[in-house]
Design a protein around this ligand. Sequence first.
Ligand SMILES: NC(=O)c1ccc[n+]([C@@H]2O[C@H](COP(=O)([O-])OP(=O)(O)OC[C@H]3O[C@@H](n4cnc5c(N)ncnc54)[C@H](OP(=O)(O)O)[C@@H]3O)[C@@H](O)[C@H]2O)c1
Length: 169
Amino acid sequence: MLGAIWAQSLDGVIGDGKDMPWYLPEDLKHFKETTLGSPVIMGRRTWESLPFKPLPGRPNHVVSSREPGEWSDGALVSRSLPAIDTDAWIMGGAQLYEATLDQVDIIERTLIDVSLPHLPTPVHAPRIPAEFELVHETEWFTSTRGRVTFDGTDFSPLRYRFQRFERKA
Ligand SMILES: NC(=O)c1ccc[n+]([C@@H]2O[C@H](COP(=O)([O-])OP(=O)(O)OC[C@H]3O[C@@H](n4cnc5c(N)ncnc54)[C@H](OP(=O)(O)O)[C@@H]3O)[C@@H](O)[C@H]2O)c1
């Protein structure tokens, strides 16, 4: 099984090119619970955006045309999607989701109840193809500490829900 996992705003934003424009601890927990113990695969820019790396408890794979070096300490670098024969998760960013979605079986998406039309340099999630169907979604939850971080707009309390899509049989 190859999965993809991301969090996005209602208008499809996943990042500002460097970081995620929100802080949502409940989503970080969901990400950890979903991926722990399985390899995670990310693009080079997402690797660079991690404040602490490698992510513990999971083999960290980074896709890059660059030679491995000090910059990639703790990760396994490959020039294209690595062949992994266990369950694994594509964890971004936009370029890597786009490049791999046709090989993905499952999408775990966190929908965050904000729109960010004024975010400079937005990076967007891929459109989920019609070959996928929504098989599970939670109710809307309200975060206790979550917030949007890119400007002074107060979106709190932040609402979010978890969704799971699977490729149709
Ligand atoms: N909300 C979320 O769930 C989430 C998750 C992850 C990331 N993000 C956000 O997404 C943004 C980064 O995304 P991004 O699209 O700019 O960058 P990215 O996909 O993380 O990294 C792009 C780089 O990865 C390598 N790469 C990607 N696809 C490749 C392919 N098919 N073949 C070979 N190399 C490939 C290339 O590295 P080289 O240039 O080294 O060759 C490319 O420049 C950040 O803002 C981050 O915070 C959000």
